[in-house]
Design a protein around this ligand. Structure first.
Ligand code: ATP
Ligand code: MG
Length: 295
């Protein structure tokens, strides 16, 4: 299938002109953002969104201005996890005002644009079967608009929470060429490591993007009665050997973290002494340190 760049004629739609204008708007918006970071994992359900929400909160608690793009257009969860599901977006001539959490973190998500809880995102086409062929192009276009049309103001960090799938990163790199780095999330299982290694290769070797490091999520379970640490998965290789990357932290499974995500409350504030909170704060510190050193 040809991309819009290869079309001999655009039937008068000026598609290249439209995309170029959007790309220029993205560049202008990102001029006031110091660092952009993508949170990714080839694997689904390993905790990318939970990590993004908590990393954003941790960086905000450390005195930074932080924005988040929920780049999961079809399965957006961050408005709920960050407690702003009922926010109404404001529109000004300069752009859309993002939702702002109680802590001051900014968020834009497809979820904030859908009227009903159970409404799926449907792309406009004669039939949904036709829409399938355009889905990825339209998703990238929606993402480009999210970044370009949101009035972020000055940000220290803009975090992008990617949907599962290794193929999403090239789209993001096309939109944000000077991506500061990627945080890769995995769980300890061999199945997860197998897929997540492909994301590392995609980022590092194919796209030449700096990898900030790997976060091992649901690394173990701390018994809330005796404090004993129990493994949750039979782990594969040691992570640093498997990925040949810096391990930013091992976040234990904590049912209260899942509860906070469901309730949209601030886990780090509610349970600052929990092992998962300490691990998440450590991840934030390592991300900050990495970006401070990068050009
Ligand atoms: N360390 C943890 N302890 C307890 N629950 C967790 C932890 N990490 C994630 N969860 C829970 O696991 C579920 C999946 O997490 P999350 O939605 O963040 O994964 P994801 O990788 O973003 O998924 P998807 O691939 O669908 O985008 C959520 O209910 C979340 O609250
Ligand atoms: Mg997610």
């Amino acid at each position: 299938m040809k991309s819009y760049k290869e079309l001999p004629s655009d039937a008068g739609s000026n598609i290249i002109g439209q995309v170029t204008a959007q790309v220029n708007r993205v560049q202008k918006r990102l001029a006031s953002v110091k660092h952009t970071v993508a949170i990714m994992s080839g694997k689904g359900g390993v905790g990318k969104s939970s990590l993004t929400a908590n990393l954003a909160a941790a960086l905000t608690l450390k005195g930074n201005t932080v924005g988040v793009v929920d780049a999961d257009i079809n399965g957006p969860t961050l408005a709920k996890m960050m407690g702003v599901r009922n926010a109404t977006l404001g529109y000004t001539p300069a752009g859309v005002k993002p939702a702002v959490t109680a802590l001051g973190t900014k968020l834009i998500s497809m979820d904030l644009l859908l009227a009903e809880d159970d409404a799926p995102v449907l792309w406009n086409a004669h039939t949904q079967k036709d829409a399938f062929t355009w889905r990825s192009t339209m998703e990238v276009s929606a993402l480009r608009e999210f970044i370009a049309d949101t009035e972020w103001g000055s940000l220290d960090y803009l975090l992008l929470d990617l949907p599962p799938g290794t193929e999403r990163l090239p789209n993001v790199v096309e939109l944000v060429p000077d991506l500061g780095g990627v945080v890769v999330v995995t769980i300890p299982s061999e199945v997860s490591q197998l897929i997540v290694k492909k994301s590392v290769t995609m980022a590092k070797d194919v796209l030449n993007i700096p990898i900030i490091g790997v976060v091992e999520n649901m690394a173990f379970y701390v018994c809330q009665h005796c404090g004993e640490e129990e493994p949750l998965f039979s782990a594969g290789e040691a992570l640093d050997t498997a990925f040949q990357q810096v391990i930013l932290g091992s976040v234990p499974f904590d049912p209260r973290l899942a509860r906070s995500g469901d309730d949209g409350t601030l886990y780090l504030d509610e349970y600052p002494d929990a092992p998962a909170s300490k691990a998440l704060m450590q991840v934030a510190e390592k991300v900050q340190a990495f970006l401070k050193k990068s050009p």
